[in-house]
Design a protein around this ligand. Structure first.
Ligand code: NCD
Length: 323
């Protein structure tokens, strides 16, 4: 048996199935593999000090071609809390990228030094190119307006911890559904669970893109689209707010027109369920008023903390190490 009461074969199984893999999109892992990651994360949450040496001697490279606070720090904190070490850049201008080096060459060099890499890039598909050229596991830490699978692991763990299960929920996704990669990955992942009702709340200009719309259609998902948050509020078990993704707009005027369309405040929550979960991948701009932070239903800071724990579990699984 291992410390959290699970038989050691359960740990072995995840080591064997995920060791050496890369994570580019949520569907790269099966539901069972994700469940096992959640179990490992729960074990870490219960006794974090038991894990302080499991990645001793391993090195994580964080290659961030786009700004980040939470994701990069949570990867780095995760590796450091596992006893491993971290190298990387957060400004491509300070690396050889600024000399014109290709992504393939960068990752082939990085793998000479590091055992695992997390990469964020403004271009959709760039992390796939890196993973295909690499012999070490590469984790997509967000590629343009495409996917953000580790945020999805974070979100699913947060839902599971709070609700006990990821099935049978009505989830409202509100804001920038077009460019919000966290929304795309979360919907893709939730489509594999039972009884999920999607309420898609956005201005016309920021509706879900075709590739996610197609997935909803092909799975005959229960989904509705609306522009009116207030109207749907009483039905929601989860409200997932998102920031309008300024950096993906071609002109400032369009952004300014849309940025404050939804601002969640105490008054809007008056009709919400008492056990609503208010989630947000952060950073927030103006879309959740700070007064909501005092509401016990606000889950976005605990969500950020869960992000570190699930990344600890993920790093362990991809490196094939256990306690
Ligand atoms: C998100 C992202 O980078 O896509 N942030 C994050 O990773 N927690 C959301 C956002 O930037 O709005």
């Amino acid at each position: 048996m291992v410390g959290d009461g699970r038989p050691s074969w359960a740990i072995r199984r995840i080591e064997l199935s995920l060791k050496g893999k890369s994570l580019i999109e949520p569907l790269n892992f099966t539901v069972a593999e994700m469940d096992e990651l959640f179990q490992v994360a729960e074990g870490i949450i219960a006794a974090p000090r038991e894990y302080i040496e499991v990645c001793k001697g391993y090195l994580l490279a964080t290659l961030f071609y786009e700004p980040s606070t939470r994701t990069r720090f949570s990867f780095e904190a995760a590796m450091l809390r596992l006893g491993g070490q971290v190298i990387g850049f957060s400004e491509p201008g300070s690396s050889s990228v600024s000399k014109g080096e290709s992504i393939a060459d960068t990752i082939r060099t990085i793998e000479c030094y590091a055992d695992i890499a997390a990469m964020r890039h403004p271009k959709e598909g760039a992390v796939t190119v890196a993973a295909n050229s690499a012999s070490i596991p590469v984790i997509n830490a967000g590629d343009g307006g495409h996917h953000h699978p580790t945020q999805t692991l974070t979100d699913l763990l947060t839902i599971k911890l709070k609700k006990g299960s990821i099935n049978n929920i009505t989830i409202g996704l509100c804001g920038d559904l077009k460019f919000g990669r966290t929304v795309h990955s979360l919907i893709t992942a939730l489509l594999r669970y039972q009884g999920i009702r999607f309420v898609l709340i956005s201005p016309e200009e920021l509706r879900l893109p075709g590739f996610v719309r197609e997935e909803l259609k092909s799975k005959a998902a229960d989904s509705i689209e609306t522009q009116n948050l207030t109207e749907v509020m009483p039905n929601l078990d989860i409200l997932y707010m998102t920031r309008v993704q300024k950096e993906r707009f071609f002109n400032e005027e369009d952004y300014v027109k849309l940025k404050d369309r939804y601002i969640l405040d105490g008054a809007k929550l008056a009709t919400a369920k008492p056990d609503l979960m208010i989630m947000h991948p952060l950073p927030r701009d103006n879309e959740i008023s700070v007064e909501v932070d005092r509401d016990p239903r606000a889950m976005y800071f605990p969500q950020a903390k869960n992000g570190m724990y699930i990344r600890m579990a993920l790093i362990m699984a991809l490196l094939g190490v256990s306690k």
